[in-house]
Design a protein around this ligand. Structure first.
Ligand code: PMP
Length: 380
């Protein structure tokens, strides 16, 4: 979609891009200043594989302060984005043929990373009717003797769904019965949460030892290009991922790490300002999308995406007589007709939906929604 959007833009068409998974805010100035300072102070050499000790200590303190989680600095491995932390965990844990349970819709890379680890993805379908969250019964039904891991994100990309502490407790009751199952908890959208405090499944002592918490700086601190993330896990898992990373990328960029340290020490004021802006946009877009006939939309509680069910348009025809067969066709139609780029739900394991990011200005969002509304009304 990004490529098609660029091609249209090259022809002089103004395309509104709602397909990106990154905040449209600049990185806060105090973080950029710390990076300049790091260069001036010559933090330009190789860093320890797991990250600088002061950064790992600051992450350990953050997990205690904000999440009430006890992870010592040696249980933390800093990586090149949360993406590498996820990949490290999967490559270290999964043996060929072992099963990884993933609720759908899920972030695109999960199932591809499972393939790289030679595991098998087992999907549990979460639907818009249940706010895209799975139930304990669904989880239990998916567990087999081959299950090694359950992986999920909360707040979720692409749905924005947030599991409450009570909902996590329901899942934990199931995990207590299956001590061989590890849990990979992707908390990268932690700070973009509109319903209050973030809950981590690692808060439950009965499962904490087998939870791998993954988090990072890309979303909350608007630092996507800096490539900084981490995992917190048992000493054994942390040591294994350190070993793997030592033979692949080594420690992530030294300058980025110093910027990340400043981010953690700088408080959450700018983070909350960005979250509040996302909340205003969420309410704006929800109001507009929920008025479009045929679009089934829920109210996301976090992240910066809507994931509406658009299956009622499948089988309809464009003015030129072309049939919209699926979400792929609809995304291309919306791009060509409304000049708005979105992403097909197929990529996230739900072919009835499309993902709309609201990491864009309020003006762009209003214009995009009104153009999408007009384009969909033309389908017969
Ligand atoms: N997990 C989820 C759910 C994401 O959406 C993303 C980024 N799109 C990542 C992990 C990776 O984040 P990072 O930029 O830190 O690698």
């Amino acid at each position: 979609m990004a490529k098609l959007g660029r091609e249209l833009a090259a022809k002089g068409v103004k395309v509104i891009n709602l397909s990106f998974g990154e905040p449209d805010f600049h990185t806060p100035q105090y973080i950029k200043d710390a990076a300049v300072d790091a260069m001036e102070k010559n933090f330009t050499y190789y860093s320890p594989v797991s990250g600088y000790p002061d950064l790992r200590k600051a992450i350990s303190d953050k997990l205690k302060r904000e999440n009430n989680l006890d992870f010592a600095p040696e249980q933390i491995v800093v990586s090149t984005g949360a993406k590498q932390a996820l990949a490290n965990a999967l490559l270290c844990l999964i043996n060929p043929g072992e099963e990884v349970i993933i609720p759908t819709p899920y972030w695109v890379s999960y199932s591809e990373m499972v393939k790289l680890a030679e595991g098998e993805s087992v999907f549990i379908n979460a639907t818009v009717e249940n706010n895209y969250k799975i139930t304990p019964e669904q989880l239990e039904a998916a567990i087999t003797p081959k299950t090694k891991l359950f992986m999920f994100s909360s707040p979720c990309n692409p749905t924005g769904s947030v599991y409450s502490k009570e909902e996590l407790a329901g899942l934990v009751k199931v995990f207590e019965k299956y001590p061989q199952v590890y849990i990979l908890s992707d908390e990268i959208y932690e700070h973009i949460n509109f319903v209050g405090g973030h809950a981590s499944i690692a808060e439950f002592p009965s499962v904490k030892e087998r939870v791998i918490v993954v988090n990072g700086f890309s979303k909350g601190f608007a630092m996507t290009g800096w490539r900084l993330g981490y995992l917190a896990a048992s000493k054994e898992i942390a040591a294994a991922t350190d070993k793997l990373q030592g033979q692949t990328t080594s420690g992530t960029c030294s300058i980025t790490q110093k910027a990340g340290l400043a981010a953690l020490l700088g408080g959450l004021e700018t983070v909350h300002q960005m979250r509040d802006a996302f909340l205003t946009r969420r309410d704006l877009v929800y109001g507009l999308l929920s008025q479009i006939p045929g679009v089934k939309v829920n109210l996301p509680e976090g992240a910066f995406y809507f994931f509406p069910d658009v299956s009622s348009f499948f089988g309809k025809k464009t003015a030129e007589g072309e049939v919209i067969n699926n979400a792929d066709d609809l995304c291309i139609y919306i791009l060509n007709e409304a000049h708005v780029s979105t992403v097909t739900g197929e990529a996230f394991g739900n072919p009835d939906c499309i993902r709309i990011s609201y990491a864009a200005s309020e003006e762009e969002l209003k214009e995009a929604c009104s153009k999408i509304t007009a384009a969909l009304a033309k389908l017969k």
